[in-house]
Design a protein around this ligand. Structure first.
Ligand code: HEC
Ligand code: HEC
Length: 306
């Protein structure tokens, strides 16, 4: 799973860090301590905020260098989202000092796991200026995460839990779609996303994010990618955990797993355009204008609704 290259990279960077920063010697000691004494370890000792994915450990020193090179123009030297390009971007770059993230496997109000951040870096955030950093090595992305986490005290004061489980998906069926439609109505997703999922619900134009900036609900009918992953599992996780820092709530307390899966199945029918245009590649060019009567008709056919 780990490429030769990233392992080499890791060894090299560890050796460098070890030589240059005596402080880094504490990292392995901490790791051992953390393994033996998780309950007794005082939280203040966790200043190192170790970042580990698989058997790769993030290096703060390299992470800082990489951050200064690739991220600073948007997220700012202080990680407060006020890099020099920030005023021109909508949505604005994330302010890491708040420790609030959209894409998480953890329940709403909690910090993301290292793996969540790792996946975000690999994916980028669709419909924003945040690109995919997949071209960097695994080691580099993990180093970056280690550094990004230092901007918020939340990462050494809190744990990334509880993780919201995603149970196996039951098969989609017409019954499941119908139940999903009822849940969509009952949970009032339409207030923001609109009855046909176009992002034009009655509250849509009034929404703001946690920085008081206007934010628009996702338009399902465009078939655009989600910010936080594209699979059915990702979709399940998105509305069960919510997008923190935005008005998009978490439904973990309202929905049982089976209901959540029914909703996933129904939401996919709103994205019918996604499947159609994914095939002819048209989706990116004029996303906002495509859906129309045909989708609504198809919807009625699928869901039996008006
Ligand atoms: C061109 C500008 C730009 C650059 C460069 C950039 N970002 Fe971002 N980043 C953004 C924007 C804009 C957002 C907010 C997107 C949103 O809220 O939908 C964001 C959001 C994020 C998030 C939050 C994800 C979440 O779940 O909320 C992380 C983490 C992140 N960036 C890390 C990085 C790292 C690490 C780098 C450097 C390797 C980087 N970014 C470089 C613009 C940028
Ligand atoms: C109070 C308004 C509001 C309600 C109610 C709401 N949403 Fe959202 N939703 C939003 C906003 C705003 C966004 C866009 C967030 C962003 O771009 O960062 C969003 C985004 C999404 C996304 C895209 C996430 C991504 O990763 O890009 C999905 C999926 C979604 N909502 C599903 C739902 C479902 C399902 C329901 C009902 C169970 C629901 N929403 C209820 C406001 C709402």
């Amino acid at each position: 799973m780990w490429t030769e290259r990233s392992i080499e990279h890791e060894k090299a960077s560890r050796a460098r860090v070890g030589r240059l920063r005596p402080q880094a010697f504490r990292l392995p000691v901490l790791a051992i301590l953390a393994a033996i004494l998780p309950a007794t370890l005082p939280s203040a000792v966790c200043f190192a905020q170790q970042t580990r994915i698989g058997n790769v450990t993030g290096s703060l020193k390299r992470g800082k260098e990489l951050y200064r090179r690739y991220c600073v123009g948007c997220h700012g030297v202080l990680g407060n989202g006020q890099g020099e390009n920030a005023p021109y971007l909508d949505p604005r770059p994330r302010d890491f000092t708040a420790g609030v993230f959209k894409c998480r496997s953890t329940d709403t109000g909690h910090i993301p796991t290292d793996m969540d951040l790792y996946e975000t870096l690999g994916r980028g955030l669709h419909a924003s200026a945040m690109p995919s950093w997949f071209p960097l090595t695994r080691q580099q992305r993990i180093d970056l995460i280690a550094y990004v986490k230092t901007f918020s005290p939340r990462f050494h004061e809190e744990k990334p839990e509880p993780v919201v489980p995603v149970p196996p998906e039951p098969p989609a069926s017409p019954e499941s779609l119908n139940r999903g439609l009822e849940i969509f109505k009952k949970m009032e997703c339409a207030k923001c996303h609109g009855l046909s999922g176009r992002g034009d619900g009655p509250s849509a134009s009034t929404l703001t994010d946690s920085k008081d900036r206007p934010i628009v609900p996702y338009d399902f009918t465009t078939g655009e990618r989600f910010k936080c992953g594209q699979t059915n599992q990702d979709l399940y996780r998105i509305f069960m955990t919510g997008l923190d820092g935005t008005p998009m709530p978490s439904y973990l307390k309202d929905l049982k797993p089976d209901q959540a899966w029914d909703l996933v199945h129904y939401l996919r029918t709103l994205q019918m355009n996604y499947e159609n245009s994914a095939n002819n590649g048209a989706v990116k060019t004029s996303p906002a204008r495509q859906p129309g009567r045909s989708i609504r008709n198809a919807l009625r056919a699928v869901s039996g609704s008006k």
